[in-house]
Design a protein. Sequence first.
Length: 366
Amino acid sequence: MSYLGIDIGGTKTALLLERSGARPAYARFDWPAEADADADLAALAGAVSRLIGTGGPRTVRAAGIALPATVRDGLMVAWPSRPSWAGLRVGTLLERVLPGVPVAHEDDGSLAALAEAAATGARDLAYLGVGTGIGGGLVLGGALHSGPRGGAAEIGHMVVDPGGPVCVCGRVGCLQAVASGTTTLARAAALLGAPVAPDAFRTGLAQECAWARDALRPTVAAAVLEAEAAHLLVHAPDRAKREVLRGRLEEHWPGRVTVLDSSDGAPDCDIAVNATPLGMRPADPLPFDPKSLGEGTLVADIVMEPRDTPLLLAASARGLPTHRGHHMLDHQLSLYRTFFGLRRETSAERRARRPSPGDAADASGG
């Protein structure tokens, strides 16, 4: 007998078949372009049939499906990435794809959170998944937290920029519309002047291509201006791309953005931020030279690993204050907690739920 796992995504679906006495079998396919739910289900059923083989569904003992759609009482209420699925009953999907097979289903972000918590041993964990859209999951006290009606961590459709781009859900400025993988690739394609696939984007970042770095930069620049910075100085190697970014920011924060050229001399600023991936590898060049900065300028880096990047080490050697990249993640988690109304656990509560040395001895002795 075998067990089947299906991870349904907005642009592609992955399948994994665990078989007794054999190596796991894996398959993946992209959804048909501009297709309706019937065509999608036919494609999914075909992929399952090919993976299972001649034995058919009767060889599958049970299956689990990760769904990105919002489900209420067995009905798919919404799935912006595949809107034709709205109104589809999960039971209909299961009968079309795996007739007669016991199947469990759950939100994909919630399942990812459970998997990460199990792998790391964390009892409390917030998971953010960035792909075609942006999803999430919460594990509190070792159990999945889904909220009173489910979907507690559907952070992708939280509005973060009221003047931002239109989201696939129809609202304006959702986090997904600003920072999803799809949005980032679209931004990269506009900068490059040609379509950009995920592998090409990763290669572009690794090769320090300006179009790939610049695709990540707008979110950092917007956050700085949203935090009421009086003025933002933007530097990027490509002048044309700098002007494109300046124009986009000027639409929302007029008169507060200036582009810098390498010939402009030392910038007069209070905070200098590296918003590129430079610094993740030992051989990376510095994104800018801290020696060009004025006394007391705070140097910040979005790179989280290593904690002390070459840029921060160079700034410290010059006597400048620094700000590590991991603080960005720390504050994201704090905002996440605030948005969902989650209270931070106190030290006393953490101690109370941890087993004492005596408890551990009793457990090992039993």
